[in-house]
Design a protein around this ligand. Structure first.
Ligand code: PLP
Length: 411
């Protein structure tokens, strides 16, 4: 466990040797962590499945071979995860000075970073200039003025608002992206400031189930390229299609939709570099969270439990990311019946987080076998917008939750 498997898993020519963990292997791994490290101190922990990260990168490269991912660090800044992605060729989307610093501290060079926050504090722009991060997004005139003052060599991507991001779990449109009527003035402002606008970016919204959103956004981006040409600006060379991908079914429809829209609007553009800012796609399924039952109350058939992570911690995704979390007792994760799964009867159960706020309720009306204090409850698919946005409310410190790395070879 540690740095070595990351290097081994990502070393060229060895990537295919690492595969996602089976349920049995994940269960065995969690049991070994608990037995070796957590006998006395039953703290929650994450498992990062490096084989899953490899598999996701292979899926990305196979479906979107010409689109370089700039992983959105905000989604999950776990250092070993960033290192793994970097070793597999990903670049990075950073939102702040602190995120740029995490990425640089891993030995990643500044030219592999897009500072994809359209509204940056001046101090962050000054920092970007100093360390050589020279690609950023903008969607307001004031951003142009700040960049002209502090980082005039920085290249710009004009962030546009996609018109149909309404199906996204977390639309970005209400806050970011130039409206159609603002595009020409914003291009002119950059031109007058003698800044280089290298291209266009958009975000269709996070957790978007509607792959067609990419079609409209790519068509709109093409219009911006044409407007820039009409204004006599240097030819744009970058298209940044943002995030919004979810692994699984959504990706299998979104990737062909993107490819087809690029073919329609940007065919015959050999000078064009296409990048994306996926967060959820790489992070969500790669992380599994194990929590301990720290309290129990029985009210007839209703069983109520307290666990040591909750809505103010990793499960803030229920509020902010509109996520639905699922849970399985560690003992019931595999069908091998090697651990006592609490009997076959399921009970209506409530699972509370550890803080003293009643809002901190993770699961309601959830079917679980009867569990006991000190049993472990496991939450799959907990990598996206979870630990990254947790707090230390009531003294339960989310950032202290440890991540253990696991990898498996094909059997
Ligand atoms: N890029 C930007 C600018 C974002 O704000 C976000 C998410 O907030 C992302 C990329 C990542 O989005 P997703 O996780 O949907 O891929």
């Amino acid at each position: 466990i540690g740095g070595a498997p990351v290097a081994a898993a990502a070393e060229n020519g060895h990537t295919r040797k690492v595969v996602p963990l089976s349920k049995d292997a994940l269960q065995d791994f969690m049991v070994s962590i608990i037995t070796q490290k957590l006998q006395d101190d039953k703290q929650p922990f994450y498992v990062l499945d490096l084989g899953e990260v490899v598999s996701l990168m292979e899926q990305w490269n196979s479906a979107l071979p010409n689109i370089r991912p700039f992983y959105a660090v905000k989604c999950n800044p776990e250092p070993s995860f960033l290192s793994m992605l970097s070793a597999m060729g990903s670049n990075f989307d950073c939102a702040s000075r602190a995120e740029i610093e995490y990425v640089l501290s891993l030995g990643i060079s500044p030219d592999r970073i897009v500072f994809a926050n359209p509204c940056k504090p001046e101090s962050d722009i000054i920092f970007a200039e100093k360390i050589g991060v020279s690609l950023t997004t903008y969607d307001s005139e004031d951003e142009v003025y700040k960049i002209r003052k502090h980082h005039p060599k920085c290249e710009l991507l004009l962030r546009i608002k996609p018109m149909n991001d309404g199906n996204a779990r977390c639309p970005m449109g209400p806050k970011y992206g130039a409206l159609p009527e603002e595009i020409e003035p914003l291009l002119r402002t950059a031109q007058a400031a003698r800044l280089t606008v290298s291209g266009v970016s958009f975000h269709i919204g996070s957790g978007d189930a509607d792959s067609n959103a990419y079609l409209g956004a790519i068509a709109a981006a093409k219009q911006v390229f044409e407007t820039a040409t009409q204004l006599g600006m240097p030819k744009m060379t970058v298209l940044d299609i943002g995030g919004g991908f979810t692994s699984g079914h959504q990706f299998t429809t979104a990737a062909p939709a993107v490819t087809s829209a690029l073919e329609t609007h940007f065919h015959n553009s050999p000078e064009l570099t296409i990048i994306a800012e996926p967060g959820r796609f790489f992070a969500e399924t790669a992380f599994t969270l194990a929590t301990t039952i720290i309290g129990k109350r029985v009210r007839g058939e209703l069983k109520e439990y307290w666990i040591n992570d909750g809505l103010y911690g990793s499960m803030n995704c229920v509020l902010y990311d509109h996520a639905t979390v699922t849970a399985t007792p560690l003992a019931c994760m595999s069908n091998r019946n090697n651990l006592n799964c609490g009997g076959s009867k399921a009970f209506q159960s409530t699972v509370f987080g550890p803080t003293c706020d009643a809002l901190d309720t993770v699961l309601r009306d959830y079917q679980l076998p009867e569990l006991q204090v000190n049993d472990w409850l496991v939450f799959p698919n907990m990598g996206a917008y979870t630990k990254a946005a947790g707090s230390n409310f009531n003294g339960f410190n989310t950032s202290a939750i440890v991540t253990h790395l696991a990898y498996a070879y094909p059997s």
